[in-house]
Design a protein around this ligand. Structure first.
Ligand code: GLN
Length: 585
């Protein structure tokens, strides 16, 4: 139902008294160009404000028309990050949760598609009582309501909302307009941070601030005035340029925060602190830092973690080099044109790092294209697997479809036979089960219904409720998504890693281990162990080989990487890296 009459939000402000505990909003917009680290800047502001003792939520607005990120190809758009609620979101949401060390909610993510869908469905249900529905005010006001709802649902005091895209894009204009209206309603409580870019053309050798000035002016043309500029560049921004930008953009020079390129994203909050961004945000939001547990802890734990990422190098440069552990990720979403990107697996990469650092080893992550380990159709060239021996651990992450499957299966077989620690995530778990069926049980043609529903042995089959959804062509947001509980079997690798018997993990799949094959796969206690199942025992959640048989051969139907945090490494990743570390000798 429509919550509003034809009144616009802006009109409402004239009559609404300011609430007592006023919620604060920081909108983060991009200037000049995309890809300069707006998401990490947003996340880092969250870390800083939490350390000032406030409850913070981070939200992402994506201007595209997809209703969620679930249907997008990971090579184009990066990883699809899944929230507890099951919402499939942009990978930035993963950064937010990792930097805040808290779960975010369904209200913290929105796309143009989602907003339009709500408004259009409401119109179809006569929710606007016969009015003419237009982008302004209806779409804009729906966005404003969503900003407010996110603050409420999270019980947060400060919302930091990243508006996707760059100033000047046509697609994000409605979100900027909604933020402007929120500012009119709450002039004291809404501020704007621009994450901009200062190029240093090689022919000049000088940092140029004009594009940033233009972006700030363009935003001002929309009626939105920048309060703080995070100036991204290759090197730190000098005082002279800070002052130049300040005068041109109507802000104080200390509101230009220098944000040079650095090796580790985990140093970004600490770098921001060099320019006192935390204090400047407090001052601009008219807040005084809180005295509580979070603020007395401050950035202590974060600093210690950031130091370990720097390979044990402390800020003063002392260095205690760590042993390296080589981990291979065998996937297929790496290559785009002439470039190799790891964006599709960002949570997996980060999860490996957190566990490795917590164990005092430096992770060296290798991307391995699964297709390098399979023959082209019709060829039976002998494949050399010995390159895999250099890895201390191998991961096959989540995936879909047929490409690279035979390569992945061959790598898993090698890892099982050569006793290289192996960790399968979702598809990686399904494939390790198929590999076992094929090569240990001798079930010729064993596969998943995802590839060949008519194959003789469907070790992995479609979940019954999924069948109906696909038959109706319902692909978007229809997988088994989000957080579900599982129970663990005592005495297993999984139970030992978790140190508890029930867990909750995030899912994203349509297929499952076929119950008809479980007995056979278990081989009367001598085969695979299903060490985690859904509480009713019907869905296999974790597959493993006992530690007496293999140093680590375990896969999860869920995605543990989504719950790994810098300050809370995931127990299964830690168990996997521990096993990999042992291989180091
Ligand atoms: N394609 C598999 C399924 O749908 C695995 C999904 C995944 O790895 N996220 O079940």
């Amino acid at each position: 139902m429509a919550k509003k009459s034809a009144d616009t939000s802006a009109q409402k402000s004239a009559t609404t008294p300011a609430p007592k505990n006023r919620h604060k909003y920081i909108f983060v917009v991009g200037g000049v160009m995309s890809g300069v680290g707006k998401g990490i800047a947003t996340s880092s502001m969250g870390t800083l404000l939490q350390a000032k003792g406030f409850v913070v939520n981070l939200a992402k607005v994506d201007p595209y028309l997809n209703v969620d990120a679930g249907t997008m190809n990971p090579t184009e758009h990066g990883e699809v990050f899944v929230l507890n609620s099951g919402l499939e979101t942009d990978q930035d949401m993963g950064n937010y949760e990792r930097f805040l060390n808290r779960d975010l909610s369904v209200t913290d993510y929105m796309t143009s598609g989602m907003v339009y869908k709500t408004v259009i469905e409401r119109e179809r249900n006569l929710g606007y009582k016969g009015k003419c529905i237009e982008a302004i005010p209806h779409i804009r006001d729906e966005i404003v309501e969503r900003f407010e709802r996110a603050a409420e649902v999270n019980k947060s005091e400060i919302s930091i909302i990243e508006i996707g895209g760059t100033v000047g894009d046509y697609q994000n204009i409605m979100f900027i307009e909604a933020a402007r209206v929120l500012k009119i309603q709450h002039p004291e409580d809404v501020i704007f941070v621009m994450v901009s870019y200062l190029p240093i053309p090689s022919t000049l050798g000088e940092m140029k601030s004009r594009p940033t000035q233009n972006a700030v002016h363009q935003l001002a043309g929309y009626g939105v005035y920048t309060d703080i500029i995070i100036a991204r560049s290759h090197v730190p921004v000098d005082q002279k340029r800070k002052e130049k930008i300040a005068v041109a953009c109507n802000i104080a020079a200390d509101h230009v925060i220098s944000a040079p390129d650095i090796d580790s994203v985990y140093d970004v909050p600490l770098n921001f602190e060099k320019d006192k961004l935390g204090d400047i945000l407090m001052k601009t939001l008219k807040l005084v830092p809180r005295k509580n547990k979070a603020s007395s802890e401050g950035l202590r734990e974060w600093k210690a973690f950031a130091e370990s990422v720097r390979n044990g190098k402390s800020e003063d440069g002392t260095h205690a080099p760590m042993k390296k552990v080589n981990i291979a990720i065998v996937g297929k979403y790496f290559n785009t044109g002439d470039f190799v990107l790891t964006d599709a697996y960002v949570s997996v990469l980060e999860a490996i790092k957190y566990s490795a650092y917590s164990l005092g080893v430096k992770p060296v992550i290798h991307t391995v294209n699964a297709r390098d380990y399979e023959n082209e159709k019709g060829s039976n060239k002998k494949i050399d697997f010995s390159a895999l021996d250099q890895y201390d651990g191998i991961i096959v992450p989540g995936g879909f479809g047929e490409t690279g499957i035979e390569g992945k299966l061959a790598v898993i077989r090698y890892a099982r036979e050569k006793k290289i620690p192996y960790f399968g995530l979702c598809y990686g778990m399904q494939l390790m089960t198929i590999e076992y069926a094929r090569n240990v049980l001798g079930l010729v043609g064993a596969t998943t219904a995802e590839i060949d529903p008519k194959a003789p042995h469907l070790i992995i089959d479609i979940m019954p409720d999924q069948k109906a959804k696909l038959a109706m062509g319902h692909y978007g947001g229809s997988m088994r998504l989000g957080s579900y509980p599982a129970k663990l079997k005592a005495g297993t690798v999984a139970a030992e890693a978790y140190g508890k018997m029930t867990i909750e993990e995030r899912h994203r799949h349509r297929y499952e281990v076929n119950p008809a094959y479980i007995e056979q796969l278990e081989q009367g206690g001598k085969g695979l162990v299903f060490s985690g199942t859904s509480p009713d025992g019907s869905l296999m959640e974790i597959t493993e080989l006992p530690s007496s048989v293999h140093p680590f051969f375990l896969g999860t139907q869920f995605h543990p990487e989504f719950l790994a945090r810098p300050l809370r490494p995931h127990p299964l990743f830690t168990a996997f890296i521990k096993a990999s570390k042992k291989r180091l000798g």
